[in-house]
Structure formats: structure tokens, C-alpha cells
Design a protein around this ligand. Structure first.
Ligand code: ME8
Length: 649
């Protein structure tokens, strides 16, 4: 640790799933962590701020397959590609000291060693996973995860199943974890403690299944091929592998572990406050000092999430309003520990009220008056008026203490409220002292100089304390004040700005936004990005024997003619070449999906030994195969090089 440092401070964000691009909800937590990291640096701490991506698991494997790329290519694109995770953090001015990807070699190796260590000490053991299995999803579920007794992912029937798997003895640590939660400040806000204890620990903690065999995109269990490590073990240990635990890529474990705080969203508090400490206990490792579970940003009252497709794009907002305004809005408008409703109206009105009116006006009015009345710099001769100055000066002098108290409790909204109380008071101070009246007589110039000095000094302290939230704006204000001290010590003292301050004007910091016009434009741009809705899956049919399947004749056919069936909205009539030399007629209910002329000449597949049946008075000899999901239908079309009459085997 350096001589001057107050100490080390280690803070983390959750590592994000790069299963699709990040949204404003993810940005919220990272901006909060960044503000905290910057605040601690400002106080003089030696900070390690870690963020990263959690890249393994079945979901990523599936998404990559759907996109026709390897899982590694898939995650690389979302993490490093244009407008990906790294680009977003750069845009948002995130000052992380380290970025970990769980696909990094050193992390993978460390996880293998960690898994083996818990296996060797007996806390991981091989057993049988008994549960419910959804065949189409290839997923195991416990009874409690089912929704109405069906697969929570696709809604289909599940079957009883058994799979060989490794388990972590979570049950062994139940008492110690309960004690940790109830009798220490490990988990905050406090309300989350009851939720964890009553919902998860008291009903009985079961051992946790920590390996999977149904997919391969994960850290392989090196002593048992075919098993991959459960993603949450892989993910949680990132907080330590990133410092060098069980690897020699990094070397800061003794300096920064245990972490001072993990910021996590409320839905993953369970993993961080029960499973994580239990695993650390198993390895006799020190526990993080705190887990803070923050609330969600809601949209129309519901959680913004990739799977619901109702996400708001941080790029659009940052580009329209500026990065600092967006960062400020996120932490000023919602209490960090509770949920908050996102809306464009709140965003614009926060910018207009706090930034354009209150802060922006205070800075521009004060500097404009200083220049107008005194030119280059304020005169050294200044006259106090204790009666007029006392309240503002007392508020500014107390500000750092009040701000610190709130920041230490991660109460960003309250810390900002303290600053804005002072900014409003300063605006009122201008009106009370009416510098434009003082300027009329030479005799009042010393008093005028003091009024402006007090205002400039108030601005310096407010800007310095705003720096963790709006780093660029604080720097710009500092520049306009003539680059005075804005270090932590100086922010606790009124009077650090030299008396002969020489402020410089600049463009409007936060232009006022025309609410109505902006809302209209934004509505177009930030229309919740409907990601492709999940199409419902048809019910899976019972298994059949191979000889039953073999009875079906599937034949390659070419479309000779195709026309609509009169008086039917659904049916198309096909004449087909099935290779026998005799044209075959098939009626198919697909008129809603295809125009007849589109299909002439196409190579399709037909079931040709289906008993003929009459439809709308015409005989149909067979059935054309098509793929159906939700309200979409596609005929199976083959390469035209395949001759009519070929059999599908
Ligand atoms: O949970 N409002 O990753 P993730 C606020 N990989 N926060 C939100 C949010 C919203 N609307 N939507 C998401 C994971 N988040 C794991 C973490 S850590 C060892 C592994 C937050 O990408 C969410 O609460 O699904 C979580 O804390 C974080 O974004 C990452 O979510």
C-alpha cells in the first residue's frame, strides 16, 4: 500500500451474461459501482474495481448454435464487437481497473483447481441428480423450479430423470451462513436478510448440484470428462481469480481480498449471500465484507430484461443527452436499494431541473457576473456580511460530511440530494444579494466581490463532490474556475479558492430540453426494442418404435402446377412429379403462407403413403412436409439437384 493511501478498497459488479447486448439496467449497476470506485479514489483509497463477463452455460451454447457460430465467436462479438460490452463501458466512462472474462485461460485453469480442491476436501462429491427432465430443452429441473408442473422454459411436460452429477455440501454450511446473515452486516439492505433466511435457509438448504453433462460450453471437470462445472461456481470465483487466486496471471490477492463490497442485482443476492460464502468457508477463505443487493430499473412496472424484449438502449440515451447527464439521472432518480421506474419523462425532467436550471444556471450566472463586474479576476478586497452569508457558508462547510455519510451507505440518491440542496441555496443567495444592484455603486464592490467569491467557492466544492457521478462535467467546471484544488481534503474546507479567482466562461453545460419534442423523437428511437418474441413450441409427441417410423414413405417431389382451391381460403392444390411418371395431387392448407406461383418448380418433400382423403370435394393423395412454429410455417424445400422420386431415409 502506498504511504499516502488511506487503504485498499476492492469493489465489483456482477459479471454480465453476453447472451445479447447490454441494456440500461446493466448500465445502472456499473455506473453505481463506478461512482463508488471514483468516490473511494477521491477519498484517497487505492481502489481495485473489477467488472467482466460470465460467458459459459447452456444459454450461450444455444444462442451460438442458433446464430451459426461457435460459442467463443458468439461471446467475442458481444463483448468486443461494435457497441458491445467493452464499447459501452468506454462510452459510459467506466473506470474499471480490471476486466475478467470467464473464458480467459487463467480463470478456466483456476476454476478447475478450485473444483478439485473442494472435491479433495470432501465438500464436492459425486451423486445422482434426481429431478425432472425436459427432453426438448435438454434441461434438468427440480420440482420447485417447475411452473404448473411443466418445464419453466418451454411449458412442456417433464419426465422423472436421473443423472450422475457432482454436488456441493451446501447443507453443511447452513448454520454458519444463517449466522453470517443474521448477526453481521454482511448483506445489505437489511430487508434482503429476512428474504434469504426465511425463503431459502429455514426451509432447509439442500446440497447444490455443481456439474452438468447435458452441454459442453463450460469449464470441464478435468478429472471427470463429460462434466462441466456449474456456471455459478465458475462465475462467483471470478472475484478472486481476477486477483490471482489459483493462478499466476495476477498477484493482488493479499492486497485486495477480501472484497470490500460486491454490488449485485436483487435476483442474484441468493447466489452471493448463501452459495458464495459457503464455498469460501469450504476453502477456509476470508469472506467478502459486504454484499449489497440493489433494486431493478423497471419499465412500465416490469423488469427490463433481454428475454422480455423490453430493454432501453443506453447508447441512444447517452448519445442524445450526454454521458454525464445519463450517469447522473440513474443515480439521482432512484434509491439504489429499491426498484425504480424508468421513463423518458423522468430522465428529461431530471436533466432540466437539476442540471440545466440549478447547476448549469448557477455556474453560468456566477461566472458571467464575475467577468462582467470585475473582468479578469476578482479583487482581493472583499467584504463579508455574516448575516447574509452565514447560512450558505454553514451548508457548504457541512456538505462533505453529509455527503460522505450517505456515500458510505451507498445512498447515492441522498448524497446527490445533499449537493443539490446547497446548489439551490446558492441560487437563492444570488437573488437575496442581488449582485446587479450591488454593482451599481463603487462602494459596494468589495461586498459584490465577496458574494461572487462565495458562489465560486460553493461551485468548487459541489463540483468536486459531483465528480464521482459526472467526471467530465466536474473537470470542465474546475477548468472554468481556473483549475483550483478539488482533492478530498480541499472539499471539506471553505475558502480554498484563491481570493483573486479568475473564472472563465464556457458554453452552456446542460441545454434545456424541449420535453414534448424530445419525447416524440425518443419514442421513435427508444421504442422498446422488441427482440424476436419466443415462439411457442408445439407439444412433443410420445416416442414411437423405429419400425413404426419406417412405415412412413417420404418422397422428394417437384411442383408441376399449383393453384388456389375455389371457395377455400386455406387450400392450395398441387400437381406433383413424384418420379412414378403419374402426376400426384395433394391439397395443402397453406394458402395463407404462399402464393401459388411462388411454388411452381420447387423441390419439396411429401408423405406419399398416406391414405387418400377428400377435401372440398377433391382427392388429396399424401401430405407435403412443412416446419411450423407459432404462427410461422415453411414448406421443406430441398436442393433442386435432388431428383423427383428420391426417398428420404
Ligand atoms: O446475473 N435493473 O448476469 P446478467 C437493474 N452473470 N439491474 C439489472 C437489470 C435491471 N432492469 N437487468 C439486469 C448475471 N440487471 C450473472 C452474474 S456474478 C458472479 C454473475 C443486473 O447479465 C442484474 O440484477 O443477467 C445483475 O446484477 C446484473 O445486471 C447482471 O445480470
Amino acid at each position: 500500500m502506498c504511504e499516502k493511501c488511506k487503504g485498499n478498497f476492492y469493489i465489483t459488479t456482477p459479471i454480465y451474461y453476453p447472451s445479447s447486448k447490454l441494456h440500461i439496467g446493466h448500465t445502472y449497476c456499473t455506473v453505481a459501482t463506478d461512482a463508488m470506485a471514483r468516490y473511494k479514489r477521491l477519498q484517497g483509497y487505492n481502489v481495485m474495481f473489477l467488472t467482466g463477463t460470465d460467458e459459459h452455460g447452456q444459454k450461450i451454447e444455444d444462442k451460438a448454435r442458433e446464430s451459426g457460430v461457435t460459442p467463443q465467436e458468439f461471446v467475442d462479438n458481444i463483448v468486443m464487437g461494435e457497441r458491445g460490452v467493452l464499447d459501452l463501458w468506454k462510452l459510459m466512462n467506466i473506470s474499471n481497473d480490471r476486466f475478467i472474462r470467464t473464458t480467459d485461460d487463467y480463470h478456466v485453469e483456476s476454476i478447475q483447481k478450485i473444483f478439485k480442491m473442494m472435491y479433495d476436501n470432501g465438500d464436492i462429491y459425486k451423486g445422482t441428480y434426481k429431478g425432472k427432465y425436459c427432453k426438448p430443452c435438454e434441461s434438468f429441473w427440480t420440482e420447485s423450479q417447475l411452473v404448473d408442473g411443466k418445464c419453466p422454459d418451454c411449458g412442456r411436460e417433464v419426465q422423472d430423470a436421473e443423472e450422475e452429477a457432482y454436488f456441493f455440501r451446501l447443507s453443511k454450511y447452513a448454520d454458519r451462513v444463517q449466522d453470517l446473515l443474521e448477526n453481521t452486516d454482511f448483506l445489505e439492505p437489511r430487508s434482503r436478510v429476512n428474504e434469504m433466511v426465511n425463503n431459502f435457509i429455514k426451509p432447509g438448504l439442500e446440497d447444490l448440484c455443481v456439474s452438468r453433462t447435458s452441454f459442453t460450453w463450460g469449464v470441464p471437470v478435468d478429472f471427470d470428462p463429460g462434466h462441466v462445472v456449474y456456471v455459478w461456481i465458475d462465475a462467483l470465483f471470478n472475484y478472486m481469480t481476477a486477483l490471482g487466486y489459483q493462478n499466476d496471471r495476477h498477484n493482488e490477492l493479499s492486497q485486495f481480498w477480501p472484497a470490500d463490497v460486491h454490488f449485485v442485482g436483487k435476483e442474484i443476492v441468493r447466489f452471493h449471500s448463501i452459495i458464495w460464502p459457503a464455498m469460501l468457508m469450504s476453502l477456509n477463505l476470508p469472506l467478502p465484507k459486504k454484499v449489497f443487493g440493489h433494486g431493478w430499473l423497471l419499465l412500465d412496472g416490469g423488469k427490463m430484461s433481454k428475454s422480455k424484449g423490453n430493454v432501453v438502449d443506453p447508447y441512444i440515451l447517452a448519445e442524445r443527452f450526454g454521458v454525464d447527464a445519463l450517469r447522473f439521472f440513474l443515480l439521482r432518480s432512484f434509491p439504489f436499494g429499491s426498484d425504480g421506474n424508468f421513463s423518458n419523462e423522468v430522465l428529461i425532467s431530471t436533466i432540466n431541473t437539476d442540471l440545466a436550471n440549478d447547476l448549469g444556471n448557477l455556474v453560468s450566472r456566477t461566472i458571467a457576473m464575475a467577468q462582467k463586474y470585475f473582468g479578469e479576476h476578482l479583487p482581493a478586497q472583499q467584504a463579508e456580511n455574516p448575516e447574509m452569508d452565514a447560512e450558505l457558508l454553514a451548508m457548504v462547510s457541512d456538505l462533505r460530511g453529509k455527503y460522505e455519510e450517505q456515500m458510505e451507505h451507498f445512498a447515492f440518491q441522498n448524497a446527490l440530494a445533499e449537493i443539490f440542496k446547497v446548489i439551490s441555496r446558492a441560487n437563492k443567495y444570488i437573488d437575496e444579494n442581488a449582485p446587479w444592484v450591488l454593482a451599481k455603486s463603487e462602494e459596494n464592490k468589495p461586498r459584490l466581490a465577496k458574494v461572487l467569491y462565495n458562489l465560486l467557492e460553493t461551485i468548487r466544492i459541489c463540483a468536486g463532490l459531483l465528480k464521482p457521478f459526472m467526471p467530465d462535467t466536474a473537470d470542465e467546471i474546475g477548468r472554468r474556475l481556473g483549475n483550483p484544488r478539488m482533492d478530498w481534503d480541499s472539499l471539506g474546507i471553505f475558502g480554498v479558492l484563491p481570493a483573486e479567482a479568475a473564472p472563465v466562461a464556457g458554453p452552456v453545460l446542460f441545454p434545456r430540453i424541449d420535453m414534448e419534442k424530445e419525447l416524440k423523437e425518443l419514442e421513435e428511437l427508444t421504442k422498446p426494442q422488441k427482440t424476436e418474441p419466443e415462439l411457442p413450441l408445439a407439444e412433443a409427441k410420445p416416442d414411437i418404435a423405429f419400425d413404426e417410423f419406417e412405415k412412413v414413405d417420404m418422397t422428394v417431389v417437384k411442383v408441376l402446377t399449383c393453384e388456389k382451391v375455389k371457395k377455400s381460403e386455406k387450400l392450395l392444390k398441387f400437381t406433383l412429379d413424384d418420379g412414378t411418371g403419374e402426376p400426384r395431387t395433394i391439397l395443402s392448407g397453406i394458402a395463407k403462407y404462399y402464393q401459388p406461383e411462388q411454388l411452381v418448380g420447387k423441390t419439396l418433400v411429401a408423405v406419399t403413403n398416406l391414405a387418400p382423403r377428400k377435401m372440398m370435394g377433391q382427392l388429396s393423395c399424401g401430405m407435403l412436409l412443412s416446419a411450423e412454429r407459432g404462427d410461422q410455417l415453411h414448406l421443406l424445400m430441398l436442393d433442386d439437384a435432388i431428383p423427383a422420386g428420391s426417398r428420404l431415409v
